[in-house]
Design a protein around this ligand. Sequence first.
Ligand code: HMG
Ligand code: MG
Length: 285
Amino acid sequence: MAEAVTLYEMGPRDGLQNEARLIATADKIRLVDLLSGCGFSHIEVTSFVSPKWVPQMADAAEVMAGITRKPGVTYAALTPNLQGFERAVAAGADEVAVFASASEGFSQRNINCSIAESLERFRPVLDLARTAAVPVRGYVSCVTDCPYDGPVAPEAVAEVAEALAKMGCSQISLGDTLGSATPDRIGAMLEAVLDRISASRLAGHYHDTRGFALQNITASLDRGLRVFDSAVGGLGGCPYAPGAKGNVATEAVAALLDDMGFDTGLDPVRLARAAAFAHSLRRPA
Ligand code: HMG
Ligand code: MG
């Protein structure tokens, strides 16, 4: 039997958060519903962040309320603090994610605090989530490069990843936020993280600015990772990482994994339909 690889779909959240034009709530719901039919086990639907910081995600609760939930699919949301966690749980998120950075510059620009402050801010979220039996994923951004501070040391990534794991994050997603990493640098970063956390708890989250994302996935597969974040149609970017392009396209990763003999459980025809709809949302403002 083919070995399974999980693709964690980012399109509705990481994909749409960077769109300049405000996308209608109904279109966001339609995208999630199309994705629900593709065979994903995990879809990141939205973010419960400050609407002043990311206006595109201001309708997070309406999107969560409007989607048609498919049994067996985990519908997840980003939560930067307790307020976000409470909003996400009230809206019915099955899983939440806290997000830290391996670089100080990005931490300050993205969530308005230092790395250490962010970890302290996440602790009560993890405590409450444990009581509520809500799984928490942890992101580490800027795992090789930061748009403000430049190159990031693998050890710095390992430290933040370990702190999130020790706090109780079930899975740590390692983000090449800028999409500038090469396979060698991803390899060096992973070696440092793998000294502290097993591959079964890690995910690769690669943006595709320089076109290396698929090779970075291959480098990560070689080191035992079996979960990758991707966005249908290659949607995305980050409002606080100027110039960063979309997440690696789900349909491209699914095709690569299929060629390599892995099983993603995804339906390529339905994926293509969802990708076409995702592209249609990218009209200029
Ligand atoms: P702050 O301004 O320091 O927060 O922002 P604050 O606690 O001082 O609150 C300011 C105002 O925001 C208050 O409202 C709060 O109530 C409100 P006011 O009293 O002024 O009317 N507020 C909230 N409202 C709704 N939901 C909340 C919330 N929290 C505060 N959860 C904060 C700090 C973290 C809130 C802000 O910086 C923020 O929301 N940042 C999010 C930025 C973001 O979403 N970035 C993109 C996602 S990260 C990413 O894309 C990377 C990733 O994909 C991985 C990778 O690629 O590397 C994950
Ligand atoms: Mg991202």
